[in-house]
Design a protein around this ligand. Structure first.
Ligand SMILES: Cc1ncc(COP(=O)(O)O)c(C=O)c1O
Length: 358
């Protein structure tokens, strides 16, 4: 006899990251920033290392002060976590369980499905149109068992964006007992005014999530934040470990948020590299949906073409993300990296297309 995990855990798969095939590769597979964190964040992290004998501030006091000021949000609504993944997992664990449905969209970030499976909830997908979230499709997929609706805006792995007015329309149409989670991990790449969406969090039925992993270049520090009504926050805090954001990560996050000029420059430079890459890929004949993130979805004629391209890129030391897990077997997702790597990636993809390798 050996110990047995819960049946629903045994039945689920582990959350799949990209297959790197070795760490000597240039990875364009995890939507990490093309640029290092702000020099001020690096300096703050170095200083904080010397305070590592102390537990971190469990209330994230200084970071919340800075976020409230800079994002013009109510300080009392902010919770931080070890990346937005932590906040996603805790939200689902607090608000859904066996017999409940968590409703996402066809190509929503896969971790949401994984977090639902962990608690034995059923994950349901609403169709998307042209790789873009459809509010009407979400509303048509709703059932009496739906407890949480998740919308990633912009989306991952599609990179596409819907207008904030559509999110307001969704909230207005959802029953009051359905929790709406708006995941804005790439929100800094979206130039819409975030205020109307942030304001939804005050209603008590909506959560808005943000990440420092993308625009701030802190994926390795693991810091996310979100806006939660006091009643929702009280439940979330029961699910979180009290010291989950480390002293070093908190210090880096605070300095990074305070250095808005650096973050803005990172976003602008990334968008510039992205837009050039997209323009050149389209000129070479690839279909690429409009991205408002630090990655792009590249469509190939079929799955065999994807396999050839993936293998050729890996042969050149470049790892991109296959999307079979999303059912997008004819697509690859390419994170925007430094210009030099993007140039090499483009050259390989363009030449394959030119030679009709598939
Ligand atoms: C849509 C979306 N949400 C959340 C996350 C998780 O981000 P974090 O690093 O803050 O946990 C990601 C990461 O890729 C993402 O793409």
């Amino acid at each position: 006899m050996t110990p047995k995990a819960n049946a629903h855990i045994e039945a689920m798969s582990a959350f799949a990251l990209a297959n790197f095939g070795g760490y000597d590769q240039a990875t364009l597979a995890q939507n990490e920033s093309a640029f290092p964190p702000s020099p001020q964040a690096i300096e703050a992290g170095r200083d904080a290392v010397a305070r590592s004998h102390l537990y971190p501030d469990p209330d994230w006091t200084l970071l919340k002060d800075a976020i409230a000021l800079i994002y013009r949000v109510e300080r009392g609504l902010i919770l931080c976590g070890a990346g937005s993944m932590d906040l996603i997992a805790c939200t689902i664990a607090a608000f859904a369980g066996p017999g409940d449905e968590v409703l996402g969209t066809a190509y929503a970030y896969n971790f949401i499905a994984s977090a639902a499976a962990r608690v034995g909830a059923t994950y349901v997908k609403a169709p998307e149109r042209d790789f873009t979230v459809s509010i009407d499709a979400i509303l048509a997929t709703l059932t009496p068992a739906t407890r949480i609706v998740f919308v990633c805006n912009p989306g991952n792995p599609t990179g596409t964006l819907i207008r904030n007015a559509e999110l307001l329309r969704l909230r207005a149409a959802l029953p009051g007992n359905v929790l709406l989670v708006i995941d804005q991990a790439y929100g800094e790449f979206d130039d819409q005014d975030p205020e109307p969406v942030f304001a939804l969090a005050g209603r008590g039925d909506t959560i808005v999530l943000r990440s420092l992993s993308k625009a701030y270049g802190l994926a390795g520090a693991r810091v996310g934040w979100g806006l939660f009504s006091p009643r929702i926050a009280a439940e979330l805090r029961k699910m979180q470990n009290s010291n989950q954001v480390s002293t070093v990560s908190l210090a880096m996050a605070l300095a990074a948020v305070e250095d808005q000029a650096y973050m803005r420059a990172t976003v602008a430079r990334t968008a510039e590299i992205r837009d050039r890459f997209v323009r050149d890929l389209r000129a070479a004949g690839y279909a690429v949906p409009e991205s408002r993130t630090n990655f792009v979805l590249v469509r190939f004629p079929d799955a065999a073409a994807v396999e050839t391209a993936d293998k050729t890129l890996r042969g050149a030391g470049i790892v991109v993300r296959g999307l079979n897990g999303y059912g997008l077997t004819d697509c690859l997702r390419v994170t925007i990296g430094p210009q030099e790597i993007m140039g090499r990636t483009l050259q390989i993809l363009t030449s394959m297309r030119g030679r009709r390798c598939w």
